[in-house]
Design a protein around this ligand. Structure first.
Ligand code: XIL
Length: 761
């Protein structure tokens, strides 16, 4: 799947420069509605707020757009509301409650009884001795009822008791509950009493027990046990609050699913009360504040997005019992964990992250999608390798052995998700299936293991994205036109030609049709260029140009011709005797761009060296204007005409290219109008009649023009360009490949569609 840079290049080539094209986090346009709207058929979406969030206009805007349940982050806790016995301080709590009253948003009350953020007067005397039980209960009752009464009109549920269950491990014979001062005074009974006092004050409020590490199997069992004992004792407990302070590595979605299932056997209401997902390994209730701005790598963003997306999928599945999901803070700027933990869906500037778009943009159809278990090894696998696999619906399944890894991401998946995050299996292997069906055809990919980039040892490698990457083929319904069949085959041979302008030997691959060696005929020639990040292997290796030609010739659909494929850049600095290889990303483009991290170990076939010389500065301009015109027109064409039986004239010479190769084709055909009679741009821009006329050409001298692209690449420009050219009298063909993007199936099909129009007599 293509990422920002590739999409950017593609848009650039097709003529539309995307406004937000950049490396790193994507800029997401200001939403017009919120998470609460996307989830209106599922559950409320809540948020914990501080005073600034309900006072600053920009923040208010986000709160009101996104959320329909509000929790006071701190203002309703025991200590802030009653710092000293009988001295109430309602200022902050009132501000938030009044904001909610003004906007008609009901509140989750948080929290009545907690061992933290509580005045010690509640449970001990001035000397620090624990109070007698009755006095503690009187304090508790007075506090709980004062606050519940005050906010009855606006608070629809309360976290009555918070974090009273012991953390793991609990050794045999030890209490399942936290050894807090309250527990020491009254044992488990203080929990029951808190619920009774709250219920007495507001019989309509839903009352929750709230805790963290809520999906950890052992602790969730203890939480369940407590609530079960409460129920058995007739305590008015309505729900369980799962704080959901998670991280990108855990809990697993099986654990979350199991916990929800367990809790739902004992309560009718489950809320996620304090959701955030950190990009480090901390979890639960402990505060690990991490100062400073977020400096999060793309792969970490992918892990976070995956965790959020999968979590919400599980939550949607349990919408019967889950009725509110509250984020703990509005944005990373507000987060109790600090922006460097990158925990929320809004960044430190209150801008939505890619995880926001993914959580909001779920496809309900996919929630119940049944994946067919008819997976077969991908046809591009190395000998004997079972994985990756593909199924008949276009899903891909990956398996990678990396027993000590913490995360394994495959750079393929649904658009926007940035990849498929694999999960560790018992045997230490990592497995995962794409979240949805993929486009038919060939895809490059790589693995990101704990931030390092590797190829999948299961597959062959294909040069793309300026490195030899893994490849996978999702069988296309029309694969027959490039299938290897029992028909006469042409040859693809390597030629080395001396290039004076670059002072080096250069490589070209030359396809000669099946009949070439059996006759003395002369043939027309198509010069066919690869795209940015690819090289001269691409067209016959992953493009199957030779097989497409063999099949077309066998079917009598085309005039046989030669194809010449060479490397289309001149700045790679390769030395004689070495294979030419494209260099790393242009300087100035930061490493680790979306899905295309730099500095990756690249496995090259044939033991070729992995290090690549850096491509000189200059970016796209440098790539495009790199002396290739001279190599092609003054060196390669004469070499081919001298060494192959070609018809060495304009009407029998075509140039075409995909993506950047299309840009080169556009430039070179117009710069050397005397050389090429046919032009082809494959996801590589368009021609207009004026620019052709400006170089003195006309429908008489240009024999044919082909423009094509995938239906997912903005095909309107292609259709319009073809129509304009036809209207101006050109033999022009526009072609749109259905259901494909900026990838090789588009270009295989383009070649198949273009070939019959070339060199027609
Ligand atoms: C946190 C607040 O976000 C912080 O501002 C405060 O300093 C400490 O408490 N579990 C809870 C919340 O139930 O009340 C905590 O909130 C986070 C952990």
């Amino acid at each position: 799947m293509k990422r920002t840079l590739i999409a950017g290049l593609c848009a650039l080539i097709l003529g539309a420069v995307p406004a937000g094209a950049q490396w790193g986090p994507r800029t997401i346009p200001e939403p017009t509605d919120g998470l609460k709207d996307a989830y209106k058929d599922y559950f409320k979406i809540g948020v914990a707020v501080n005073n600034r969030n309900v006072a600053e206009p920009d923040q208010i805007k986000v709160v009101l757009r996104e959320f329909n349940s509000i929790t006071a982050e701190n203002a309703m806790k025991p200590q802030p509301t009653e710092p000293r016995k009988g001295e109430f301080n309602w200022e902050d709590a009132d501000k938030i409650a009044n904001f909610c009253r003004e906007h008609g948003i009901k509140m989750r009350g948080h929290t009545l009884m907690w061992h933290s953020q509580i005045g010690t007067w509640m449970y001990q005397d001035e000397k620090g001795n624990l109070l007698p039980k009755e006095e503690f209960y009187a304090n508790m009752k007075h506090h709980i009822q004062a606050i519940v009464n005050r906010y009855k009109d606006i608070v629809y549920c309360w976290d009555v008791v918070n974090e009273a269950v012991a953390d793991s491990p609990v050794y045999p014979g030890r209490p399942e509950l936290r050894n807090s001062p309250m527990y020491q005074i009254a044992g488990e009974e203080f929990i029951y009493k808190a619920f009774e006092y709250a219920h007495e004050a507001d019989p309509n409020a839903l009352l929750f027990y709230n805790d963290y590490n809520d999906a950890e199997p052992a602790k969730s069992q203890r939480i369940f046990n407590l609530v079960k004992r409460m129920k058995d004792a007739g305590v008015p407990v309505d729900g369980i609050g799962m704080q959901a302070h998670y991280n990108v590595y855990g809990p697993s979605m099986e654990e979350v699913d199991n916990a929800i299932k367990l809790y739902s056997t004992i309560v009718k209401h489950i809320h996620l009360t304090e959701l955030d997902i950190r990009v480090n390994e901390d979890m639960g209730g402990g505060l690990r504040f991490n100062r400073g701005g977020a400096n999060v790598a793309d792969w970490e963003r992918t892990l976070q997005q995956d965790q959020y997306v999968n979590l919400f999928k599980v939550l949607r599945k349990h919408k019967d019992v889950i009725d509110c999901v509250t984020f703990w803070n509005v944005s990373d700027k507000d987060s109790w964990l600090g922006a460097a933990n990158y925990p929320l869906l809004f960044d430190e500037n209150y801008k939505p992250k890619q995880s926001y778009t993914a959580v909001k943009g779920f496809d309900p159809k996919m929630d119940n999608f049944v994946i067919k278990e008819d997976f077969k090894p991908s046809e591009l696998n190395q000998p004997g390798q079972e994985y990756p696999m593909v199924n008949s619906q276009g899903f891909a399944r990956f398996k990678v052995n990396a027993p000590k890894a913490k995360s394994v991401i495959v750079s393929l998946g649904l658009g926007g998700s940035g990849g498929t995050v694999l999960r560790k299996a018992e045997d230490g292997s990592w497995m995962g299936t794409t979240a949805g069906p993929m486009d038919e055809g060939f895809h490059y990919y790589h693995l990101t293991i704990d931030g390092g980039v590797f190829n999948d040892p299961g597959t062959h490698n294909y040069y793309g994205s300026t490195r030899w990457e893994s490849g996978i083929e999702i069988p296309a319904h029309d694969a027959d036109f490039y299938a290897m069949k029992n028909v006469p085959h042409g040859k693809v041979q390597q030629v080395l030609f001396w290039s004076k302008s670059t002072n080096q030997n250069r490589v070209a691959w030359v396809y000669t049709p099946p009949q070439y060696d059996q006759n003395k005929k002369k043939y027309p020639v198509l010069y066919l260029q690869h795209g940015w990040g690819e090289n001269e292997y691409a067209w016959w290796n992953q493009g199957h140009a030779n097989l497409i030609m063999d099949n077309l010739i066998a079917a009598g659909k085309i005039e046989p011709f030669i194809i010449v494929m060479t490397y289309g850049m001149t700045n790679e600095g390769f030395r004689p005797g070495q294979m030419p290889r494209p260099a790393a990303r242009p300087e100035g483009a930061p490493a680790g761009g979306p899905g295309r991290p730099g500095g990756a170990p690249a496995g090259a076939p044939g033991g070729a060296p992995q290090a690549r010389p850096a491509r000189p500065a200059g970016g796209m301009g440098m790539m495009m204007n790199n002396g290739f015109e001279a190599v092609l027109c003054d060196e390669l064409v004469p070499y081919i005409d001298a060494n192959f039986r070609t018809i060495a004239k304009k009407e029998s010479r075509a140039m075409a290219g995909l993506s950047m190769g299309g840009m080169e084709t556009h430039t070179i055909t117009l710069a050397r109008p005397e050389m090429f009679g046919y032009y082809g741009l494959l996801s590589g821009g368009t021609y207009n009649p004026d620019e052709i006329a400006a170089v003195g050409e006309s429908p008489k001298t240009v024999k044919g023009i082909f423009v094509g692209c995938g239906s997912k690449e903005g095909p309107d420009q292609i259709r319009k360009a073809a129509a304009d050219l036809q209207a101006a009298g050109y033999n022009a063909k526009g072609y749109v490949s259905e259901g494909t993007a900026h990838e090789f199936l588009t270009w295989r099909r383009c070649l198949y569609e273009m070939a019959p129009m070339l060199f027609k007599k």
